[in-house]
Design a protein around this ligand. Sequence first.
Ligand code: OGA
Ligand code: MN
Length: 295
Amino acid sequence: MTVLIRQLHKHFVGEVSGVDVRKPLTKQEAEDIEAGMDKYAVLVFHGQDITDEQQMAFALNFGEREESRGGTVAKKEDYRLSAGLNDVSNLGKDGKPLPKDHRTHLFNLGNSLWHSDSSFRPIPAKFSLLSARVVNPKGGNTEFADMRAAYDALDDDTKAEIEDMICEHSLMYSRGSLGFLDYTDEEKQMFKPVLQRLVRTHPVHGRKSLYLSSHAGAIRGMSVPEGRLLLRDLTEHATQPEFVYVHKWTVHDLVMWDNRQTMHRVRRYDQSQPRDMRRATVAGTHPTVAQEAAE
Ligand code: OGA
Ligand code: MN
């Protein structure tokens, strides 16, 4: 089938038709979707009633699977999902919403802050593919911001000032900003800050993006307050309505985004009702900057 893409937002986001995600893709289809990702940065596929295995197989057209270890406080024996998917639901292993005071639930609330997936890893994620299995009755939209358009709209002085800046990213910064502050020694080790460039260049088309994320908590060579204020200013700029697409979920939507060119967040929803969202994550291929300096 021919891959058709209709642009949904002034700057980015394409709605894809002509693809059945359950079936193996032809080489041409995989190339067309990857090219669509480069251009639109977010692609929306409707009506994709897929299994976990089909979701993972589809993701593997675009690179290797990112290992989900190290990105959560959930214990392996408590995982609800197999097939290497990230559980982005509000559910426990019994399929019911987690209690309001459950540690994993409190940690997962951090997805409501603007972020780019796995920016807390030395090699951050390339693509994320999120499948809606159960849609929450109230709230739970996912918002995306185009970080290329946001970069382009900066003034020249700011562009020059931030060009070579390096940030420290950690899950403890994003969660800490919500008051989640208690970590075991093992978690502190696992969530040790990593370094990321603040401006990154797309490997195919060469456009620059602001590489922001709520995981960023410091800028090298600046005091912590000064660095955080700059990060806040840039985030405020980058998430103005003009750069944001709001996705209202329908069951069996599959939304795929490029973490190198976008940020996203989920909006608040009714935590007494299920929201079953499952994510396949395609690993990045390179760090944005050498990590040695982090030690
Ligand atoms: C994610 C994420 C937001 C949502 O899957 O990485 O942040 O809408 N999800 O659940
Ligand atoms: Mn995310």
